[in-house]
Design a protein around this ligand. Structure first.
Ligand code: AMP
Length: 339
């Protein structure tokens, strides 16, 4: 006998893209639960978007709530703050229903595995320098576990790299070719029920201070000795040149196809390919996020692309809830939850 959506509650950590996940759940007829850090209660109460708020001091307390959430019929929707707060083992140990494929998580969080995945997909990636002495052009230095681009810096020569890296002792990092072009974050939804890949939208990040140094004259930039930094403070919506859409779909499909090697099932649900597009219109993909990204937040009422497909407001959060609802109605929950 098939189950009813009243037996389930969509739950998520109150952070990152929680507002659209909670609203999307409601729009699809689910009750929802927000797990909220005390210091952020005000924000989540003020929008009146949560049916129930469970207060914690820190998201790291989530494993202690596992049984309680399971008993309530909780379905956990992962996002960036979940993968920051808990490690892969802790997420794997959770017993409550989890939307998405947990087997993909290590491939997303480990830079080497992620690169293997994207190269297997046949995507063009920026070069990685295994030795700083080989630096022969602009490079970006990315630290392990850096949240939102914090602390990244640029260098052009081995000497410049050596001087700057001294300010960051004892941190793991990679040296990556800095591709000069237009950043483009591409949001997808892979339905495990229909097998179809949907384009949900695009964004670009709004980062401090890289997106504001252009507001002062080049001379002032030099005089002030400004170091470029990439700390994310928001996202701005974007549409892509329409003639590039077929390539975007192809790249998304390849990423999904290559992920099937991981466990036979692979990636499903929302994900994002993060690229820089050069003047020759070549896409250099520098990262994949195998879950909803905060760049979908401008589209709580839908993006231009979801508007065409759905003719009703369809955020990525709501699209997730719709998929869960369809799976419940079709009695097909094993296709959307992790084992
Ligand atoms: P991330 O935190 O990896 O999304 O990147 C932070 C910022 O660095 C974003 O503005 C990206 O567009 C930019 N970025 C990251 N990798 C590269 C790259 N290889 N070439 C050019 N820009 C990059």
């Amino acid at each position: 006998m098939s189950q009813n959506i009243n037996e389930f509650k969509i739950c998520t950590l109150a952070s990152h893209s929680a507002l659209q996940i909670l609203k999307g759940a409601r729009d699809e007829g689910f009750k929802n639960i927000a797990i909220c850090e005390r210091r952020h209660l005000r924000a989540y109460e003020s929008f009146r978007v949560a049916d129930e708020i469970i207060l914690v001091d820190s998201f790291s307390e989530l494993p202690g709530l596992d049984q309680q959430l399971k008993d309530k019929g909780g379905i956990l929707i992962p996002h960036g703050s979940l993968v920051n707060a808990l490690n892969t083992d802790e997420i794997n140990a959770l017993q409550l229903n989890y939307y998405g494929n947990k087997h993909v998580l290590p491939w997303e969080s480990d830079r080497k595995l992620q690169r293997e995945w994207l190269s297997n997909a046949g995507l063009t990636l920026p070069r990685i320098y295994s030795n700083a002495s080989e630096i022969d052009g602009p490079v970006i230095i990315k630290f392990d576990g850096a949240g939102g681009g914090k602390g990244y810096f640029l260098a052009h020569t081995p000497e410049e790299f050596e001087t700057k890296i001294k300010q960051h002792p004892e941190r793991g990092y990679i040296i990556q070719e800095y591709v000069i072009g237009a950043p483009m974050y591409m949001h997808f939804f892979q339905s495990s029920l229909t097998g179809e890949l949907e384009i949900m939208g695009f964004d670009r990040r709004y980062e401090s201070n890289v997106d504001s140094v252009g507001r002062i004259a080049a001379k002032d930039q030099l005089d002030l000795e400004i170091e470029t930094s990439y700390n994310i403070v928001g996202n701005t919506p974007l549409v892509i040149r329409e003639s590039l859409l077929s390539r975007v779909l192809e790249m998304g499909e390849r990423a999904v196809e290559a992920s099937k090697k991981i466990d036979g099932i692979g990636l499903f649900g929302p994900f994002c390919l993060e690229a820089v597009i050069t003047p020759e219109l070549e896409f250099f993909v520098f990262e994949i996020s195998a879950r909803i990204v905060a760049g979908t937040n401008p589209y709580i009422s839908g993006s231009p692309y979801t508007d065409i497909r759905y003719n009703e407001p369809m955020s990525t959060g709501r699209r997730i809830a719709r998929e869960v609802k369809l799976a419940i109605e079709q009695d097909d929950l094993e296709r959307i939850f992790s084992k």
